[in-house]
Design a protein. Structure first.
Length: 159
């Protein structure tokens, strides 16, 4: 799957807010609140994120693949410890937690690279949609080229 460079996203979509989690942030997550809600609470305190309300922050938050994996891992640990779940029950609980409130780690069909934390406000939706269209077109063109090459190779091999 194609990966998007965060700098490319920031260049193409205006008004993005980029944040860095403090190094000790993961060690301060409360047990009784999902990791994702803890993230949004942190983002909304002290004016770290402006122009996005608390009821839409989860729809506006995008994270890089590395940060997403860390968030999922911490949510798994939290649920395991707090709810005493394991195995399939734990994985289902993590999935439901992520589906309900987790940030997005893709823009269009492109995985966001690195450890980045981005907030894209509503006023940038048209540029976000344009970026998604460009990325998806590129990915589809690559798939079409691959199929054409495979058909040409097959044609020449089987003559």
């Amino acid at each position: 799957m194609k990966k998007c460079n965060p700098q490319e996203i920031i260049r193409k979509i205006p008004n993005i807010q980029s944040l860095m989690l403090p190094m000790d942030w993961f060690s301060k997550i409360p047990e009784n609140i999902s990791v994702f809600n803890s993230l949004y609470n942190w983002m909304l305190t002290d004016g770290k994120v402006v122009s996005v309300s608390d009821n839409e922050i989860h729809d506006r938050t995008y994270v890089g693949e590395k940060l997403y994996k860390k968030l999922i891992s911490e949510e798994r640990k939290r649920i395991k410890k707090y709810r005493h779940l394991k195995g399939d029950d734990l994985e289902v609980a993590v999935l439901w937690s992520d589906l309900g409130s987790g940030p997005k780690y893709k823009i269009g069909e492109c995985i966001i690279a690195d450890d980045v934390l981005l907030v894209i406000p509503e006023k940038s939706d048209s540029k976000l949609n344009d970026f998604c269209d460009d990325v998806n077109s590129f990915i589809n063109d690559e798939k079409i080229r691959g199929i054409k090459n495979m058909l040409l190779e097959d044609h020449f091999m089987n003559g």
